[in-house]
Design a protein around this ligand. Structure first.
Ligand SMILES: Cc1ncc(COP(=O)(O)O)c(C=O)c1O
Length: 411
């Protein structure tokens, strides 16, 4: 993997960059180098336009008729169909709805109800807390009938056995960015008769992911990170087509009913992905996501990945060259094993990140000592990465060892 060796070379790489025009589709503050797109993606102009249009041109004049005349009711399916190719799924296998946490619950609960005599869920120790907490809650809800087995990555394959009904893993680790081999672990789960649920929150829009080729059972993920849908934009869920009609959703809800506007007394699940709908979709957030997805129509995710690897290499190479910074690489060095952010550790990580943000370089901090820098090729330039590491070096060398800041609620 090659990457530029000087600021001048960075400028040349940016001029030749296939995504130079894509960057202009974002509204970016020129005084900020934004490296937190794995937490909240940047604002696209199309998202702004769609958010405004749904309020001014649809809700305002057309009121409740908008559900029909502007196709609001079907938007969760239409947006699912747009996300589907980014994860290797078919259009009718993906639904946009709710949050990632809620979708995880809906699917894990459905899998629990279909578990037969199996009673274990295998997950990774250190998986994103939302995933772990949902599973722990489900175990309580089951009255002790199911058990959650959270083990280190190296033990996962061997712990999937004939007692396992579900494996829940996050494809790109939220802290370290370490990647799982999605196809290999899916094969392992299936060989033991278990189903697998992939959390693709840090994968979708960041790297090629193929749940279809792997025949993965389920997936969920956020749209406000690399898809830039906006703060709290609705999440997606994927259920392989042949499983859809045999599963009873964990949340048996009115919008997932076969005929919601018949208002019948008894629950009857809709066919296909519609049964995983819950309640009234938050249309303004859906519109924001719809706008953000427009920019993907001519983008090849393999090109995104290639630039992500080059930017990450540049970032790591420059961090390696900093002396006495107290920073260590917490992500895999091998690009093939890394997602699209780079994690470093520093014993005063929080203070370091706050000082960086004050200098206009925005990343984030994850307790106890990780600072994360996202690599978002659609709007991040080589010059940005070069300059971000220059500021990082300055800030790390100027940090007071005794300073400890009170932490903000969001770090
Ligand atoms: C890997 C992963 N899973 C799940 C979530 C939870 O998403 P939400 O809070 O939107 O439900 C996040 C949020 O950052 C995440 O990074």
């Amino acid at each position: 993997m090659t990457s530029p060796n000087s600021l001048e070379e960075c400028r040349q790489w940016d001029e030749r960059d296939r995504f130079a025009d894509t960057r202009s589709k974002f509204l970016l503050n020129p005084d900020i180098i934004y490296m937190d797109g794995n937490s909240l993606g940047a604002l696209t102009k199309s998202s702004m336009a769609r958010s405004r249009a749904i309020v001014e041109d649809q809700w305002g004049p057309d009121l409740v008729r908008s559900w029909n005349v502007h196709g609001w009711f079907d938007l969760p399916h239409r947006l699912g169909a747009k996300i589907a190719p980014l994860i290797g799924a078919a259009a009718d296998e993906v639904l946009v709805a709710d949050s990632t946490t809620v979708n995880l619950f809906k699917i894990a609960c459905a899998a629990m109800m279909a578990r037969g005599s199996r009673h274990r869920v295998v997950t990774e120790l250190g998986n994103f807390p939302a995933d772990i907490y949902v599973l722990q809650g489900l175990a309580l809800l089951s009255g002790g009938a199911i058990e959650i087995v959270a083990v280190p990555r190296s033990e996962i394959a061997e712990r999937i056995d004939e007692s396992t009904f579900l494996v829940v893993l996050t494809h790109v680790h939220y802290k370290t960015a370490e990647l799982f081999d999605l196809a290999a672990i899916t094969r392992r789960a299936h060989a033991r008769g278990a189903r697998i649920l992939w959390d693709l929150s840090h994968s979708v829009g960041a790297l090629p992911t193929d749940v279809g080729a792997a025949r993965a059972d389920f997936a969920v993920g956020c749209t406000y990170k690399y898809l830039n849908g906006g703060p709290g934009s609705p999440a997606f869920l994927y259920v392989r087509r042949d499983l859809q009609d045999e599963l009873r959703p964990g949340l048996t809800a009115w919008m997932g009913h076969a005929a919601p506007f018949e208002f019948t007394e008894d629950y009857d699940p809709a066919p296909g992905m519609a049964r995983f709908r819950v309640g009234t979709p938050s249309m303004i957030s859906f519109a924001s996501l719809e706008g953000a997805l427009e920019i993907w129509h001519d983008i090849d995710i393999r090109e995104v990945r290639a630039k992500s690897e080059a930017l990450s290499e540049l970032f790591i190479k420059r961090v390696d060259a900093l002396t006495g910074s107290g920073l260590s690489l917490a992500s895999p060095r091998d690009p093939a094993r890394r997602g699209s952010h780079v994690a470093l550790t520093h014993e005063q990580g929080y203070e370091l990140m706050q000082a960086l943000i004050a200098r206009g370089v925005i990343g984030d901090f994850r307790a106890p000592d990780v600072v994360r820098f996202s690599i978002t090729p659609l709007y991040l330039r080589y010059v940005d990465v070069w300059q971000a590491v220059s500021v990082l070096g300055d800030v790390a060398s100027g940090l007071s060892r005794t300073e400890h800041l009170r932490r903000n609620p969001v770090t």
